[in-house]
Design a protein around this ligand. Structure first.
Ligand code: GTP
Ligand code: MG
Length: 219
């Protein structure tokens, strides 16, 4: 699934994570985005897996390294290492199970405890193809996103609806923040002596936080 993260074909490498209750479709969203594959009979994730995909943002190539872990507590790997260095998170619930929406509070709490303050968070209501079994209204997702200052989208990994858009929205927003940081760093250091085109994005809590509402939206 994974390609070499250190190859020469990207300008940026961003780590992002998927979180949310078990069986909301995290692994299938990832396999849809990374390989355009969907599995009706996928097994619960045990521990941590990850995949890469390159995306073009403006004239830059961004390699997204996307981590996927178990929704089930007993299968989860050490939480702090999962979040370490992550610049974006997809917080996923299942529109056909109200409980997965209620549990978002717990996931948001964990995100804020372990995640970086500047992390871009995209709220995802997955399984939009199952509208006859819907238990969570679109408006509920939109309202929560507004309240918590998150991006929001409903997706279907099965029907490949909005999956690409959701990941690309997250990657683009991370890129915007990273570019601003890079500009700030250049301003402070007029002769940074970079050896060419590559830039290393350092996640540093000491740098003043960039206000998230400048970069996030609710759609
Ligand atoms: P854990 O690894 O246990 O945390 O679960 P997960 O969130 O990774 O869920 P997974 O991707 O394994 O999907 C769980 C089940 O939901 C599987 O049977 C998938 O086929 C199904 N599923 C995932 N996405 C969709 C979707 O968009 N629509 C429908 N109808 N089913 C989906
Ligand atoms: Mg999984």
């Amino acid at each position: 699934m994974a390609s070499n993260p250190f190859d020469e074909d990207c300008d940026y490498l961003f780590k992002t994570v998927l979180i949310g209750d078990s069986a909301v479709g995290k692994s299938n969203l990832l396999s849809r985005f990374a390989k355009d594959e969907f599995y009706l009979d996928s097994k619960p994730t045990i521990g941590v897996e990850f995949a890469y995909r390159n995306a073009k943002v403006g004239d830059k190539i961004v390699k997204a390294q996307i981590w996927d872990t178990a929704g089930q507590e007993r299968f989860r790997a050490i939480t702090s290492s999962y979040y370490r260095g992550a610049l974006g998170a997809m917080l996923v619930y299942d529109i056909t199970r109200q409980e997965t929406f209620k549990n978002l509070k717990k996931w948001l709490h964990e995100l804020r405890e372990f995640g970086n303050r500047e992390m871009v968070i995209v709220l995802i209501g997955n399984k939009s193809d199952l509208c006859d079994s819907r238990e969570v209204d679109v408006e509920d997702g939109q309202n929560l996103a507004q309240l918590e200052n998150l991006c929001f989208m409903e997706t279907s990994a099965k029907e490949n609806l909005n999956v690409e858009d959701a990941f690309l929205q997250m990657i683009t927003k991370i890129y915007e923040i990273a570019s601003l940081k890079s500009l700030e760093a250049k301003k402070n250091e007029p002769n940074p002596n970079l050896d060419g085109r590559k830039e290393i994005i350092v996640v540093d809590d000491e740098i003043a936080p960039i206000k998230q509402n400048g970069y996030c939206c609710t759609s």
